[in-house]
Ligand binder design. Structure first.
Ligand code: FAD
Ligand code: NAI
Length: 466
């Protein structure tokens, strides 16, 4: 039973990693909970058209590349007549998505979360309309996520000019894919189609790819992608696109201005960022407005300026990452239930799932230097016995620690298993570890993770294997 006069104790709007997790935790805490979702399936961007399908294609394309381009042969595994069956690859991707989105539906039923199907719109601060139903909730959590940012002059038609959703669905391998934006999506989905045989050009407005990451990591990543055959056009902007003769003519010019030229592509992927979803939500009727980035502002407890309305995930400030949304989902439900839900926004790892993977947590070396004196330890994957044995020698681990306290401020990794290795760094930082704590923790041998231990040893100048 909900509190007096309300249909629900908690109504969550949006069933992405933020919303569905918030709804399940609220129900676990004994609150009568509903979740409004307008998509046909639960799981939001991440499960339907984001994290999961992109990782399915990254995995599949890596297997194809290993078989087709000689990596397996180097190990004496002979695969002759390797062929790509893109339909089967897409089928397996869809199966993965179906399994996981169906799994959330099962969890909703198990936890007695009611799914209100349809687009939710505020009618007042505690009343929301979802399709033909109007419900009152004591607490409302906005978890509406984000959508692709459009680039003026380059209209997405999901055929020749696609966004990330269209780039998951190409029916054939593009001949020449031009990716606009050298960020996470551009490099992950660019890698998929590159491995499957496309020529890939990345056009990036800034002077380097992967903004927001450690400068050394960005530079090394650039080198690695170039070596893989990516054509990188940095400090370049796209000013227009014309679909013609079975392809796209892109007009590009130097970011700082200058002579324009034409870049011919068979397909174009627009991946220049994402913007929060608040359109049509009727925020004004709830007494809310967005900030200049289109986000719903919140306080430390995820509460908006209207006390019974909360916001989490991509629609709220912070990195647009599924695990950040999930952790906020748990914390907001705990706060609504009168407990103390906290997310440490200083320790949120980020991973680019290319090969090698690129991962980081905490401060970049540049940011850390602004805070005070630091020490930096680095260890190359080339000197890690397991990575070397596996023929995965690219990359390094870098540990940044406070010069006086030795407390770890940031960890950056380029390594085939960087996305898995970064969890240890995040946990160490969450526990307030020093570089010495990591250096004196026994790591199993032979593992890629030993590179983190050695990088930590390098902070005070004592690595063993270099
Ligand atoms: P979303 O997942 O966007 O979910 C919001 C939901 O709300 C949507 O389903 C939407 O339909 C629904 N909704 C919106 N408005 C309404 C309304 N008015 N009424 C009812 N329902 C509504 N992040 C990672 O951490 N790792 C990755 O590997 C990763 N890969 C990605 C790959 C791609 C191609 C993309 C596009 C994103 C990726 N992300 C990844 C980012 C990740 O998907 C998002 O950070 C995450 O989904 C945000 O979760 P959320 O719950 O805030 O919102
Ligand atoms: P992004 O912010 O990562 O990268 C966008 C890139 O486009 C930037 O490098 C930016 O400088 C560039 N850019 C912007 N305008 C441009 C223009 N006009 N011309 C050329 N370049 C331009 O955004 P992206 O890749 O679209 O991804 C959106 C978000 O989705 C990410 O920020 C991330 O939070 C999330 N995501 C996370 C993944 C992961 O965790 N592995 C995978 C994919 C997405």
């Amino acid at each position: 039973m909900a509190s007096d006069g309300y249909d629900f104790d908690v109504l969550v709007i949006g069933a992405g990693p933020g919303g569905y997790v918030a709804a399940i935790r609220a129900a676990q805490l004994g609150l009568k909970t509903a979740c409004a979702e307008s998509r046909e399936t639960l799981g939001g961007t991440c499960l339907n058209v984001g994290c999961i399908p992109s990782k399915a294609l990254l995995h599949a394309s890596e297997l194809f590349e290993e078989a087709a381009h000689g990596t397996l042969a180097k190990w004496g595994v002979k695969a002759q007549g390797v062929e790509l069956d893109l339909d089967v690859m897409h089928g397996t991707r869809r199966e993965a998505v179906q399994g996981l989105t169906g799994g959330i539906e099962f969890l909703f039923k198990k936890n007695k979360v009611e799914w209100l199907k349809g687009l939710a719109t505020f009618e007042s601060a505690d009343t929301v309309r979802v399709a033909d139903r109007t419900v009152r909730a004591k607490n409302i959590v906005i978890a509406t996520g984000s959508s692709v940012t459009q680039l003026p002059g380059v209209p997405v038609d999901q055929q020749r000019i696609v966004d990330s959703t269209g780039a998951l669905e190409f029916a054939e391998v593009p001949e020449h894919l031009v990716v606009i934006g050298g960020g996470v999506i551009g490099l992950e989905l660019g890698s998929v189609w590159k491995r499957l045989g496309a020529r890939v050009t990345v056009v990036e407005f800034l002077e380097q790819i992967l903004p927001g990451m450690d400068a050394e990591v960005r530079k090394e990543s650039n080198k690695i992608f170039k070596k893989q055959g990516f054509e990188l056009r940095l400090s370049t902007k796209v000013t227009g696109a014309e679909v013609r003769d079975g392809g796209v003519a892109l007009t590009v010019e130097p970011a700082a201005g200058g002579t324009a030229e034409t870049l011919d592509a068979s397909h174009v992927l627009v991946a220049i960022g994402r913007r929060p979803n608040t359109e049509g939500l009727g925020l004004e009727k709830a007494g809310l407005q967005t900030n200049n980035k289109g986000q719903v502002e919140i306080d430390h407890d995820f509460r908006t300026s209207v006390p019974n309305i909360w916001a989490i995930g991509d629609v709220a400030p912070g990195p647009m990452l599924a695990h950040k949304a999930e952790d906020e989902g748990i914390a907001v439900a705990e706060n609504i239930a009168g407990q103390t839900g906290i997310v440490n926004h200083d320790v949120i790892p980020s991973v680019v799932y290319t090969m090698p993977e690129i991962a980081g947590v905490g401060l970049t070396e540049e940011q850390a230097r602004e805070h005070g004196e630091i020490k930096v330890g680095k260890f190359p994957m080339m000197a890690n016995s397991r990575a070397k044995t596996n023929r995965e020698p690219e990359g390094f681990v870098k540990v940044i620690a406070d010069a006086k306290s030795d407390r770890v401020l940031g960890v950056w990794i380029i390594a085939s298993l960087g996305g898995t290795m970064i969890a240890q760094a995040a946990q160490a930082m969450e526990f307030g570890a020093t570089s010495e704590d990591i250096a004196y923790t026994c790591h199993a041998h032979p593992t890629h993770s030993e590179a983190l231990k050695e990088a930590a040893m390098a902070v005070t100048g004592k690595p063993i294997h270099i």
